[in-house]
Ligand binder design. Structure first.
Ligand SMILES: Nc1nc2c(ncn2[C@@H]2O[C@H](COP(=O)(O)OP(=O)(O)O)[C@@H](O)[C@H]2O)c(=O)[nH]1
Ligand SMILES: [Mg+2]
Length: 356
């Protein structure tokens, strides 16, 4: 009979290179006291080049989800994040689309190549979220979708004849769009983040930041941070998963100053000082999307793509998926799971009720 997990596998997949559950360090890690003086060059450092070559060959998956009321600029921001390459291919992102009666989940795949590296990008849109009069439990289909992807991965993993490379459809990052009201978070925002932050990496962002003045924006950001803290909502990057002092210093800055990123999206270019820049035309002039003195889009892009993309994937695999997998196998007495997906994990009740 199958043991579920083969023990002597040599076909290590990319995601397995990071499969060790990460310990939660109580104290920052220090280098070991023993230093080995090598008598000659061995070539250990070539591993970096070897990994680079492998990644160039296989490419990598990145799955990003956007959640928020319609009209908050989700599609526009995704197009801005990945430049025109994503928008050109997707004919189905029609801004005039009618608001669906329930939350729909639409995943669209693209292959983006830059510098010889291929990224298989999947954008998961959730039209209809928060658009109804009664938005009670409208996070449920989203949680279900996320769990279904974990389930798919788990099924592949426990197969006797495993694929060499399991297709990864798990959601690595969920951008949650907060409406730029300047007041406070809506009960629905709290409810969503409270439930979903346990199963996926949530990055909260303030949408359409150009509709607020600088002071309003700063005040709103502070208020949102405070409300998230008061409600015990942890967003990505979670403190407990910082691996060392360097991580902690870098992530503390993001948690305390940048979050939630107040962003502006646009796929239109304008001429500013002789250069073509992405921007939005307003009565006060052009808001430049990538200009840090105008908005925090560039910070968000650097965070999600340039500094934390690999970590988003690792936390998804080592923390969120691992939690799902452990619950699933546990419920089944350690045996490979049968049909079905786990029901949502019980969450502590949210202080606010939702009926907007
Ligand atoms: N002022 C402002 N308008 C935006 C921004 N992003 C998108 N929009 C506009 O808002 C409308 C809805 O955008 P869309 O991306 O379709 O929103 P979605 O329904 O959340 O996907 C469009 O007319 C966009 O041009 C932004 O950052 N600021
Ligand atoms: Mg849209």
């Amino acid at each position: 009979m199958s043991k579920g997990f083969a023990e002597n596998r040599t076909d290590v997949t990319m995601s397995e290179l990071v499969a060790e559950p990460r310990p939660k360090p109580a104290v920052p890690m220090k280098p070991l006291g023993i230093s080995s003086n090598l008598l000659g060059y061995i070539g250990i450092d070539t591993i970096i080049e070897q990994m680079r070559k492998k990644t160039m060959k296989t490419g990598f998956d990145f799955n990003i989800m956007v959640v928020g009321q319609s009209g908050l600029g989700k599609s526009t921001l995704i197009n801005t994040l990945f430049k025109s390459q994503v928008s050109r291919k997707s004919a189905s992102w029609n801004r005039e689309e009618k608001i669906p009666k329930t939350v729909e989940i639409k995943a669209i795949g693209h292959v983006i190549e830059e510098g010889g590296v291929k990224m298989k990008l999947t954008v998961i849109d959730t039209p209809g979220f928060g658009d109804q009069i009664n938005n009670e439990n409208c996070w449920e289909p989203i949680e279900k979708y996320i769990n279904e992807q974990y389930e798919k991965f788990l099924k592949e993993e426990v197969n006797i004849a495993r694929k060499k490379r399991i297709p990864d459809t798990r959601v690595h990052c969920c951008l949650y769009f907060i409406s730029p009201t300047g007041h406070s978070l809506r009960p629905l925002d709290l409810e969503f983040m409270k439930h979903l932050s346990k199963v996926v990496n949530i990055v909260p962002i303030i949408a359409k930041a150009d509709t607020m003045t600088l002071e309003e924006k700063m005040e709103f950001k502070q208020r949102v941070r405070k409300e998230l803290e008061v409600n015990g909502i942890e967003f990505y990057p979670q403190k407990e998963f910082d691996e060392d002092l360097e991580d902690k210093t870098e992530n503390d800055k993001i948690r305390q100053e940048s979050m939630p990123f107040a962003v502006v999206g646009s796929d239109k270019e304008y001429q500013v000082n002789g250069k073509r820049v992405l921007g939005r035309k307003t009565p006060w002039g052009i808001i430049e999307v990538e200009n840090l003195t105008h908005c925090e889009f560039a910070l968000l892009r650097d965070f999600v793509i340039r500094t934390h993309l690999q970590d988003l994937k690792e936390v998804t695999h080592n923390i969120h998926y691992e939690t799902y997998r452990a619950r699933r196998l546990n419920d089944n007495g350690g045996l490979p799971p049968g049909e079905g997906v786990l029901p949502p994990a019980p969450a502590s009740p949210c202080p606010a009720t939702i009926a907007e």
